[in-house]
Design a protein around this ligand. Structure first.
Ligand SMILES: [Zn+2]
Length: 297
């Protein structure tokens, strides 16, 4: 090897280790994805903007070499029948048991102000995309991974069990009908995980052993500022509920203290790349233990 080439190889190695696009979750990359989704403006279900956000997500998953499929459906909502699409990227593992990493990618519809949902939908979707990039390089679970993006999480009117969680309810129903739901061992849901003042409490509907693995990992890594050691979040209705109802262990990592929740101020400038990176790193580091538990069960 020539001296010049040697130095170039060394530089490339150093870049790969230090500066993003490496083996760990990159908060800047999550923010880039988030920006790409938010730039389409408000994107509630059935809109052209939401179709474009979905196209972006599917394109990113395909670029990672994942098999991508979609579920299209048209549920009745208080705004009439709306076109919705769930998106899934599949990373096959040696074991056909499935672990799901999920987020919703619709923004809530508001008639009186512009709402882009930078943290409520987009940041967690960006983080799931970034986790997919890292896990494609190295999947430490041995399991099959599904990266799932739900449409229609938000209510189109007042939140009720019929007007909410359209995408996750449809997903569980379809996979149940196909007989593939029984392969799903657990699901990890991310929602509102990018705020600057991020504080996540153990959500009370979530499966205790999943909460325990994630909090043990977070506290061992010194992230108690974000993953609060004590206290519980009140039980939340979110996209993990249809899975829990189907008997699948599920956990919702969600910040219920986000000051800009469902406000026009939920914009990109309220997000923190480093906080997103912490959540991603904790989830990533928890996966081997979650996989071990699933193989035991
Ligand atoms: Zn919301």
């Amino acid at each position: 090897m020539s001296k010049g080439l040697f130095i170039r190889v060394l530089t490339l190695l150093a870049l790969a280790v230090c500066c993003g696009q490496g083996a760990g979750v990159d908060g800047l990359q999550v923010l880039r994805h988030t920006r790409e989704m938010v730039r389409h403006g408000p994107h509630p279900p059935g809109t052209e903007a939401q179709r474009k956000v979905g196209e972006y997500i599917a394109g990113q998953l395909e670029a990672l070499g994942l098999k991508v499929d979609t579920q299209r459906f048209r549920p009745v909502t208080p705004r009439g029948r709306l076109r919705m699409t769930n998106i899934r990227g599949i990373l096959p593992g040696p074991n056909e048991r499935v672990l799901i990493l999920a987020s919703h990618y619709d923004s809530k519809l508001f008639d009186t102000f512009k709402f882009v949902g930078a943290n409520d939908g987009a940041s967690s979707s960006g983080l799931v995309l970034e986790l997919a990039r890292v896990l494609v390089q190295h999947n430490p679970t041995g399991l099959t991974l599904w990266f799932v993006f739900f449409d229609g999480e938000e209510a189109l009117g007042e939140w009720t069990s019929a007007d909410s969680l359209y995408g996750s309810r449809e997903f569980v129903k379809r996979e149940g009908d196909r007989g593939t739901l029984r392969n799903v061992g657990a699901m990890i849901l991310l929602d509102l995980v990018g705020g600057k003042d991020l504080r996540i409490f153990r959500e009370a509907n979530s499966t205790p052993w999943l909460n325990k693995i994630i909090w043990d990992q977070a506290l061992r890594s010194g992230h108690e500022r974000i993953f609060r050691p004590s206290g519980r979040a009140s039980p939340i209705d979110d996209d993990h509920i249809p899975f829990l109802r189907a008997g699948i262990p599920a956990v919702d990592l969600i910040d219920l203290n986000y000051a800009h929740w469902h406000k026009p101020s939920d914009t990109l400038d309220k997000l923190s790349g480093p906080n997103l990176e912490v959540v991603g790193a904790v989830v990533l580091a928890s996966l081997p233990e979650i996989a071990r538990q699933l193989k035991r069960k």
